[in-house]
Write a protein that binds this ligand. Structure first.
Ligand code: KG4
Ligand code: ZN
Length: 495
């Protein structure tokens, strides 16, 4: 019959005491002491059972905010030695210490017991001290051992991510692949009268929003700043001044709480957000990232080691095009949602607007690149021409036709990227993903082409801190070393 390891309960007390007496004789704890330890909030006790019978137990203590934990006791019944039970009990305690954010574990072991010492060494413990005359009444010395828990050993690191590359101040907190908090403060309203993001205003707004956003994120996640294992921050691509505010804050935070920092690529993070919903990123995948700041097609063979930029916009970003055309049509900022709304009542076939970089001659150099400037000019001309002739234009038709042109190009190129590279899946990211027509067309054409389409929740598509934390957590779990504190910001950081 095989053994089972589970949390100890008060009902196990009698069996534990029996084992305690058999293992430690005169040196064993009294029943009241054992009971108190078992039930204490700062301890973690597990038992190994075979059927109804308890054949081993072990306990760990970690007090409050202290970074170190102690193995309090461990025993396995004589008749069940050498079955790996002691090792499994220890592993459970180490895992728990790690979950509780301990960075080191201490234990003491009798000098005259080489077998457990060897086990602890195999588990990574190092001998750091010897205490003379420690165990009574026989006066045997204690060997003190220590295990340093590195971040990469943590099965689920708690990571705080800071995003300030554009106009969203985003703070997200994840535990491994679990989303704990995703708080966003946007300065969009402050840019409205300029019809687009003003870098200086965005940077200033980040500075003003960071503190409150951070506090809200910690509160939402139900963690304290001491529970954070690592800080992550976008260091590009994006607006230099805006990035600098986030990077400065992240560095200060990491130094203050004495935790490692990870510099993260914003575009790759848009893809990493997927693991928060699915646990694991299925690769290879193509990613289409469309927002007010970027329009990029990525081929992701491996999230951490192999991301290729297939193409990007050579002029405006898709969202930017929406915002500019909204202005031409007298709609408010941000233009994407406005155009989307108006277009619902329009005819998408009313005007055939140009599809940028889709001609046969573009296929060689610009197969995966985008351009929206020609489209923008065409829409503006159409409106001007109608006005000069004194004709009434249908804003709904123009909006629908414009939207159709953008969506057609985005989806066509994304599907080409999948098919050319034999990739059976496509993931979308960025604020333009909110576009209802983009969703419709992407769904229909992906289905037709046998491509699996992934659209993360909108709150994870738009710029956010959770995606930054998520990518850093993936790095940590893969053993990637933290960034050195002197990293800079790069407005055109490559993937
Ligand atoms: O990712 P995001 O929130 O942040 C930045 O890029 O800063 O994207 C914002 C962009 C804006 O340009 C906005 O007009 C566009 O996404 N957008 C949309 C829609 N909703 C937002 N574009 C088209 N259709 C929409 N429904
Ligand atoms: Zn973005």
């Amino acid at each position: 019959m095989s053994h089972l390891i589970r949390l100890a309960t008060e009902a196990d007390l009698a069996a534990i005491m029996e084992l305690e007496k058999a293992s430690f004789g005169n040196d064993s704890w009294s029943r009241p002491t054992m009971r108190a330890e078992l039930m204490a909030p700062h301890t973690f006790y597990v038992v190994a059972s075979i059927g109804e019978k308890i054949v081993g137990y072990a306990g760990l203590s970690k007090v409050g905010s202290s970074a170190s934990a102690d193995i309090q006791t461990i025993a396995v019944s004589d008749s069940h030695r050498r079955a790996g039970i002691g090792r499994e009990l220890m592993q459970m305690l180490i895992e728990q210490a790690s979950k509780l954010s301990a960075t080191e574990i201490y234990l003491e072991v009798r000098e005259d017991k080489p077998a457990p010492q060897k086990l602890y060494e195999q588990l990574g413990f190092e001998r750091i001290d010897r205490r003379e005359n420690y165990y009574q009444p026989d006066g045997v010395a204690a060997i003190v051992m220590r295990l340093a828990i590195s971040l990469s050993d943590k099965s689920e690191p708690v990571v705080l991510g800071i995003e300030t590359s554009c106009d969203e101040t985003g703070i997200g907190i994840v535990r491994g692949t679990t989303l704990l908090a995703n708080v966003i403060s946007s300065s969009m309203d402050q840019h409205a009268r300029f019809g687009g993001v003003v870098p200086e205003i965005a940077a200033r707004a980040h500075l003003e929003a960071l503190e409150a956003t951070l506090q809200k994120a910690l509160q939402d996640a139900g963690v304290s700043i001491k529970d954070i294992d690592a800080v992550a921050v976008t260091n590009g691509p994006g607006l230099a001044g805006a990035l600098m505010v986030g990077v400065g804050a992240a560095k200060a935070l990491a130094v203050a709480i004495d935790k490692p920092i990870y510099a993260v690529n914003h575009l790759v993070a848009h893809v990493a957000v997927d693991v928060l919903e699915r646990g694991k990123l299925e690769t290879p995948t193509v990613a289409l990232l469309v927002s007010g700041g970027h329009t990029s097609l990525l081929l992701v063979r491996d999230l951490l080691n192999d991301v290729e930029l297939l193409g990007e916009t050579i002029d405006d970003a898709a969202g930017e095009a929406f915002d500019k055309i909204a202005r031409v049509l007298g709609l408010s900022y941000p233009g994407g949602p406005e155009i989307d709304k108006v277009a619902k009542n329009g005819d998408a076939k009313a005007i055939r607007f140009p599809r940028g970089l889709t001609l046969p001659k573009d296929q060689e150099k610009h197969r995966y690149n985008f351009s929206f400037s020609g489209l923008k000019t065409a829409v503006a001309r159409h409106v001007e021409l109608a006005e000069s002739k004194g004709e009434q234009i249908s804003i709904a038709d123009v909006a629908a036709s414009f939207r159709e042109a953008v969506v057609d190009v985005l989806v066509t190129k994304a599907i080409n990227a999948c098919q050319d590279n034999n990739v059976p899946r496509l993931i979308l990211g960025g604020g333009v993903v909110a576009n209802s027509r983009l969703r419709e067309v992407a769904e229909a054409r992906c289905q037709e082409a046998g491509i699996e389409l992934r659209i993360p929740a909108l709150s994870l598509c738009t710029d956010n801190g959770a995606m930054i934390a998520s990518l850093a957590a993936q790095k940590i779990m893969a053993g990637v070393q933290p960034s050195k504190l002197d990293f800079g910001v790069y407005s055109t950081l490559p993937v």
